[in-house]
Design a binder for this molecule. Structure first.
Ligand code: BG6
Length: 473
């Protein structure tokens, strides 16, 4: 395992909220090498002691229980204030860390990837076996993603590039693979012949707060669908890999993303809805709407089709939004009705199709909706009712936060849960088709009140399993 981590963007939001807490947990649990060291790099003009005070302050409350681990983390950390556009300055400050294999983690906006690579190269920090980790967004469209990938390729080999999609580090997301490929039952029915539709919903109660500048340039389509939602779709729809090697899985995901049917201007009116939250109430608190003057969406609903043998004609409904009534990440697979209905009650029109509902966040549950006869046996017609088989683990083990898993994998060099260049580009190709279609069709952005399930126009896109708690569906 590599033992030097150079963390760029060390004073940023992600580092504060996820990366340092993850490192602290990993140190506490002795999952990092004895000689592990962190070079924290930021623009803020802290000196080393000033940065540590600042970090202790940020982590103190949350990590009060782990004060020994916090001391350990700070003792292993050194802060450097660097201008990433100054190649010579970077080379001078960082070349001393080229003595041991390192992982450089760019938790920075994408426009800094290129200068950072130049500085790291000049410092000798991109020589094999050192690695580079990048946070999303990898570009804003296909052209910019290609340019970033070309820059990366000119600096180091793809086998040493780790593009993060933190959803892949979530244990319940990995469980999708376990469910699909560890069970005979699934494979037999996992195709268009038996499946009517697939819903993927990622609803958040959080708003855009504090990230207006970034968000106004991206919107929900680029912020959530291009990466997290298409990764979920790819894991659900991919063929079984021949083995669980990183490229075996990434090959299969990429094939799915390439098979996504491009959206056209003629499709968008029926197959997409854009929304943006206004003032409203979430979790009992009044919140302000997103009022940036760009026409960016905070909610998107899409109907996607995968044009291949397995999924021909099956709609995948993707819905994501901010300021929804509850935080819910869910995948619902709805099966086709039985081929011939023999019961009087309910009649065929009222029979409920089987549904597999996998809830990934906030709690992890799996439920299979079936029809059964629960009434006491009496003379007369057999009456069927919907029932639900709870397949959740009786006690879900405590799951690590996604970044803990991803940091360890990057330090070990396991690319399985990281996104490859062609995969990112295939996802952008489809996203570009949606955004150009929106442009060509002048697709409106509907308002919805914060705390609702999105614009009225999107109600057909929401999974029927969603608990709407009295809210309009
Ligand atoms: C990030 C997006 O990638 O994922 C955010 O930029 C979003 O806008 C977040 O809030 C959601 O992640 P999670 O793990 O809270 O579901």
């Amino acid at each position: 395992m590599h033992d030097t981590l150079l963390l760029f963007g060390a004073t940023g939001d992600l580092a504060q909220r996820y990366l340092f807490p993850s490192l602290l947990h990993l140190l506490r649990d002795r999952l990092l090498p004895g000689a592990f060291r962190i070079v924290a790099i930021g623009r803020s003009e802290h000196d080393d002691a000033g940065f540590k005070d600042w970090l202790r302050d940020r982590l103190g409350d949350v990590e009060a229980r782990d004060s020994a681990a916090l001391d350990d983390l700070l003792a292993r950390t050194r802060y450097l204030s660097l201008d990433l556009n100054d190649v010579d300055g970077m080379a001078a400050a960082l070349s001393q860390y080229a003595d041991r294999p390192s992982v450089s983690y760019l938790s920075t906006p994408p426009d800094l990837f290129e200068p950072a690579c130049r500085g790291l190269k000049a410092a000798g920090l991109l020589e094999a076996p050192s690695r580079l980790v990048l946070e999303k967004p990898i570009g804003r469209d296909l052209a910019s993603a290609r340019a970033i990938n070309a820059t990366l390729r000119s600096a180091l080999d793809e086998s040493r590039i780790f593009r993060i999609d933190h959803y892949l580090g979530k244990a319940p997301v990995q469980n999708l693979l376990a469910l699909r490929f560890g069970n005979t039952l699934m494979e037999a029915v996992w195709q268009h012949r038996w499946i009517a539709s697939v819903d993927i919903i990622v609803a958040e109660t959080a708003g855009v707060d504090g990230r207006e500048g970034y968000y106004a340039n991206y919107g929900a389509l680029r912020d959530m669908v291009q990466n997290h939602m298409l990764q979920l779709l790819a894991l659900i729809a991919m063929e079984a890999p021949s083995e669980l090697c990183a490229d075996c899985i990434r090959d299969e995901k990429t094939k799915v993303l390439r098979a996504l049917r491009p959206m056209t201007a003629a499709d968008v009116a029926t197959d997409s809805v854009r929304g943006r939250y206004g003032n409203g109430v979430v979790d009992g608190e009044a919140v302000n709407g997103f009022t940036h003057d760009s026409d960016v969406e905070t909610f998107v609903a899409l109907r996607a089709y995968i044009d291949n043998w397995r999924w021909a004609g099956v709609p995948f409904r993707l819905v994501t939004g901010k300021r929804m009534p509850s935080r819910t990440t869910e995948v619902v697979v709805s099966f086709k009705p039985v081929s011939h209905w023999v019961f009087e009650r309910p009649d065929r029109a009222h029979a409920r199709p089987n549904r597999l509902r996998m809830r990934l966040q906030p709690e992890e549950t799996i439920e299979l909706g079936l029809m059964g006869s629960l009434a006491a046996p009496e003379w007369g017609a057999t009456e069927l009712q919907p029932m639900s088989l709870d397949l959740s683990m009786s006690s879900t083990p405590a799951r690590r936060i996604a970044y803990e898993r991803l940091l360890v994998d990057a330090l070990k060099g396991d690319q399985t849960l990281f996104v490859r260049d062609d995969e990112v580009e295939a996802a952008w190709r489809w996203i570009d088709s949606v955004s150009s279609a929106w442009q060509a069709a002048a697709t409106p952005v509907h308002d919805y009140p914060a705390g609702s399930w999105g614009p009225a126009a999107a109600s057909d896109f929401l999974p029927v399993t969603l608990s709407t708690n009295g809210h309009r569906r």
